[in-house]
Ligand binder design. Sequence first.
Ligand SMILES: NC(=O)C1=CN([C@@H]2O[C@H](COP(=O)(O)OP(=O)(O)OC[C@H]3O[C@@H](n4cnc5c(N)ncnc54)[C@H](O)[C@@H]3O)[C@@H](O)[C@H]2O)C=CC1
Ligand SMILES: NCC(=O)COP(=O)(O)O
Length: 328
Amino acid sequence: MRPALALTTGEPAGIGPEISAALAAAKHGARLVLLGDRSLLAERARAVGATADWPDFDPARDDDVAILHLPLAAPSLPGRLDPANAAYVLQLLDRAVDGCRDGTFAAIVTAPIHKGVINDAGVADGFFFGHTEYLAARTGTEQVVMLLTGGGLRVALATTHLPLAEVPAAITQASLSRTLRILHADLKTKFGLADPRILVAGLNPHAGENGHLGREEIEVIEPTLDALRAEGLTLIGPLPADTLFNRKQLEQGDAVLAMYHDQGLPVLKFASFGHGINVTLGLPLIRTSVDHGTALDLAGSGKADPGSLAAAVALAQELVQAAARPSH
Ligand SMILES: NC(=O)C1=CN([C@@H]2O[C@H](COP(=O)(O)OP(=O)(O)OC[C@H]3O[C@@H](n4cnc5c(N)ncnc54)[C@H](O)[C@@H]3O)[C@@H](O)[C@H]2O)C=CC1
Ligand SMILES: NCC(=O)COP(=O)(O)O
């Protein structure tokens, strides 16, 4: 029996349901379990010319595609967000996490959700940052690392969904050290790199220009890197972020650690949008995701590209296989 992958179909008003249906109809080689509302998925399957004749999920059967029906709270129209369905979106995630915990699922692949409407709904204790933080909280994991891969790049983040004004204070020697340890360990176990080389960006322009453009490099980043180098980690930096992303520099490393979301991800998405994959490192379960959002402007049109979701499923399968190897 192949390991089952839970595919949470995401925000019902977005493109998640239709790209999930499109992927389910394509050759994907996985044992996929679609988590979502059966009628919604059937309707959006029609938008991509797919049939929704999926059987109900039965853990004892090795179906290529099955559905685990979880009902919407309110009917959903493409492109029209409705806070009434925010709890449904979280329920898909909760069910997937529970299934990973009890061994029903080997991994979670997530279609996009809309962070704003979940916050508008006031669920998730009134604040919701993203899948990354939600899954960390839901699994009791103190720190996780967001890594996106695609276009020949791997870009991880020292901070995730934070207002820019809060970024400098969030980067401490302790948090940066934890992030680098998680990244280093997962590059070894998940990506098979024996001695990962990590290029670390500075926070300030020109990595602080010897302290004239900010002191975080001198006071926080350099001491952290020195301490970890003494333990044997191969860390290059802090490097000016504007020149880090050139071919010659990138050849020196296996992954980049950017200090914040919009320092690293625009480059990654420029290099790979439509085929990139988001992986959450440091979780006690395997989670991959798309590189894009809910694309409300395309929802229901059948025009959204399922390529990133297909890549996320393929990587989840690889990570499941890597986790099963004796050396893991
Ligand atoms: N993994 C997740 O759940 C993610 C969720 N989001 C959320 O999505 C919402 C909307 O974010 P935006 O910044 O508008 O980004 P977006 O990715 O939804 O849209 C940006 C542009 O890319 C296009 N696009 C996105 N996915 C596409 C696809 N598969 N095929 C073709 N074109 C595609 C859209 O039509 C739009 O023009 C926000 O709430 C954001 O937080 C954003 C990124 C990841
Ligand atoms: N830009 C990447 C992103 O926002 C992914 O968020 P998450 O929902 O996967 O945490």
